[in-house]
Design a protein around this ligand. Structure first.
Ligand code: SF4
Length: 457
């Protein structure tokens, strides 16, 4: 029992986090930045931070992650990192020749008080940023928020590149939130089936799920281009998926360039996907084609075929707010009961939303923003569940409590497939249900008596 010291009795804690259900802001900023074609993310801080952020992403996506660092030493820590960053701009454009550098801060540079917009202006004035090249920046202090906040801040920074021409491009901006590269591909596929032209940003498909060809590319083929980002100001509307990850960027485009936005839940599960498809339909003024209706019908069919195995199964969940809200709604819609829900990201509105979604459930619900895996484990000791859904770190709890465990979210360090198989949309819903069902039925097969052991389920 690796977690044998976790007590059942719950003590109120305010200043101590044990086994956090989040990671640091720059990891989110770096992931978002990789979704721009030809972008080199830059970590304005010390080398250790950058090494950690890169390795966290590499371990999840199983792909090399390039990023530069301002390489702070004692001098920068005392006098500020402006000189380091100015030098970095010159070196990076000379050596790696990216289209754009996306700079994010770290705890150290934030504590010093480095002003990235001011440093960028100085770099432009001094000719450190070559003609036709770009620098964007986001403030990502890791002592507030989480990796989700960092992702959101960098996505919002991308809207600085919008340059409206006054002539509409007929496209819909699609801000997917922190989802897998495969999910981004799936969202684009659905939009294409609907006949809707989109600009997706960020877009890590073709960046962090690339084929092994034997040919090295410093900058993979995927990612939203600078030209597309400039054009976002001319789009007919924006669909932002997930308020925590994508809402700020969508509202910024609306505020700055009058591009109307809809902020929706991430399209995990039937209802949230319905809302996404409906938003595409209304914004672009198109009809929903039969192919999409067939996919929806298949998901409804699986739900109704296997409903008896989902019914009133209790679930514990840990992850990020946007994912958890959509997943909770999906589970409730198929009569499963998410009873313990934790996110490491702060925000009371998360707790409010979860309470609204679970209001009609027959069991009491524990929900906590800024919570941790330790608390989730304690809840599970007091009220056991049939299934745990979380990132890889939940495996310790699942093993100790002997609970079926579905890996979903970020990071997944010990399994494969998340980069390749989407869980958004109707087809993604089928995959989620397949994973859940396999776990529940494998457990049933393991635990059933010989009398009840069935061939056909
Ligand atoms: S110092 Fe801050 S930014 Fe750097 S790795 Fe630690 S939490 Fe993240």
């Amino acid at each position: 029992m690796l977690l044998r010291h976790t007590p059942k009795e719950i003590t109120e804690r305010s200043a101590l986090t044990i086994n956090p259900a989040k990671t640091c802001q720059p990891i989110g900023a770096m992931y978002a930045a990789l979704g721009i074609h030809g972008c080199l993310p830059h970590s304005h801080g010390s080398q250790g931070c950058c090494a950690y952020h890169r390795s966290a992403l590499t371990r999840h996506y199983k792909e090399p992650v390039s990023a530069a660092t301002s390489s702070f030493t004692e001098g920068a820590s005392v006098f500020g990192g402006q000189a380091n960053l100015m030098q970095a701009f010159s070196n990076i454009f000379a050596v790696y020749n990216p289209e754009i550098i996306a700079v994010h801060t770290t705890c150290l540079s934030e504590t010093i008080g480095d002003d990235l917009p001011q440093i960028r202006k100085k770099a432009i004035a001094e000719g450190k940023i070559p003609e036709g090249k770009y620098v964007i920046s986001a403030s990502t202090p890791s002592y507030v928020g989480s990796h989700v906040t960092g992702f959101s801040n960098m996505v919002k920074a991308m809207t600085d590149l919008a340059e409206p021409t006054g002539k509409k491009n007929g496209k819909v901006n699609l801000i997917p939130g922190w989802v897998e590269p495969a999910d981004m591909e799936e969202l684009k596929r659905l939009a294409k089936l609907m006949g809707v032209g989109t600009i997706m940003f960020p877009d890590t498909s073709g960046v962090l799920n690339t084929p092994l060809t034997g040919e090295y590319k410093m900058f993979p083929d995927g990612g939203v281009t600078i030209a597309e980002l400039k054009s976002t100001g001319d789009s007919i509307g924006t669909i932002a998926l997930g308020d925590w990850c994508s809402g700020d960027a969508a509202r910024e485009l609306d505020k700055q360039h009058k591009v109307p936005c809809k902020v929706l839940d991430m399209p995990f599960g039937l209802k949230a996907t319905d809302r996404f498809i409906d938003a595409l339909r209304t914004i672009a003024g198109v009809n929903v084609p039969d192919e999409v209706m067939v996919e929806r019908g298949q998901l409804v069919d699986l739900i109704s075929d296997m409903h008896q195995y989902f019914y009133h199964k209790k679930v514990a969940l840990a992850g990020d707010p946007d994912q958890l809200i959509a997943m909770t709604e999906f589970l409730v819609s198929i009569d499963m009961c998410p009873v313990h829900i934790v996110t490491g990201t702060p925000g009371k509105k998360f707790e409010k939303r979860i309470k609204e979604i679970t209001a009609g459930m027959p069991f009491a619900v524990n929900v906590k923003a800024k919570g941790d895996f330790f608390l989730l484990h304690q809840w599970m000791k007091n009220e056991p569940v049939d299934l745990l859904i979380s990132n890889t770190y939940g495996k310790y709890i699942a093993r100790d409590e002997d609970v079926p465990f579905m890996r979903w979210g970020f990071p997944i360090l010990d399994r494969q497939g998340h980069q390749y198989f989407p869980t958004v949309g109707y087809k993604g819903g089928l995959r989620l249900l397949e994973k859940i069902l396999n776990l529940l039925l494998d457990r049933k097969d393991r635990d059933d008596t010989e009398m009840k052991f069935e061939l056909v389920l």
